[in-house]
Write a protein that binds this ligand. Sequence first.
Ligand SMILES: O=C(O)CCC(=O)C(=O)O
Ligand SMILES: [Fe+2]
Length: 262
Amino acid sequence: MRTTLTPEQIQSYRENGFIILDGFLTLEELENWRVCTEEAIQLRLSEGTLHNQYRTDDFYAQVFLQALKLADVHPGMRKIMTDPVLGKMIAELAGVDGIRIWHDQALFKPPFGNATGWHLDNPYWSFSSPDSLSIWVALDDATLENGCLYYLPGTHKNPTYVNANIGANQRDLFKAYPEWEKIASVATPCKAGSAVVHNGLVAHGAGANMTNGPRRAMTCAYMPDGATFNGVRNILPEEYFNSLKVGDLLNDDIVNPLIYKS
Ligand SMILES: O=C(O)CCC(=O)C(=O)O
Ligand SMILES: [Fe+2]
């Protein structure tokens, strides 16, 4: 893993809300990420706990196969996700002293799959923070043709938590933020084994997959240590969710492992 960041990269992340990390994984690591991701998805499938798969005809089901919290079911994936070296890089980008996993998630856009509508990430989650972020690791080359990510640079700068669903209407987010329609989008095609890290409040989406191959990605979302509950359930287990009051610290080390603290 190439986790050393230059001051220019950190500055660019803070300014734009995203950064491409070319050559993030070695070929050997990429193969391990692919194997662990595929095996863990099979475990989720056999348990019947896959979040979203492309079996139905509705629009969202054809955006991507979505497999959540693979580190909970696969030891190899747990090792990948809880690596403090990765945690340190994420904390450095976020500018925080401690980082917890919010959730990992595989996002496989199927051959000829739908576009991912413009959205923000953090409003889906159970805490609100200008420092939340995700890493998105390409398991296949992500190209303009197969649905690489696109960003609206700088849209994370005035933290706001109104969101749009990832639905059939790509433009829904602009109902809430009409001023963002003027911003030029930036595509982030990258090779398999490269990664993109983005702020949880930067507007982003992905193109349709116009090719006959899948566009596989393994991602992880992160919460700064010290973040508090905002009332949203998202991935919180029911019993834990019911025990929380708005404003409580989200510091359960099983649900949200602390992977780095300086
Ligand atoms: O993979 C995609 O199409 C969308 C990814 C995304 O929205 C995310 O990682 O936050
Ligand atoms: Fe997203």
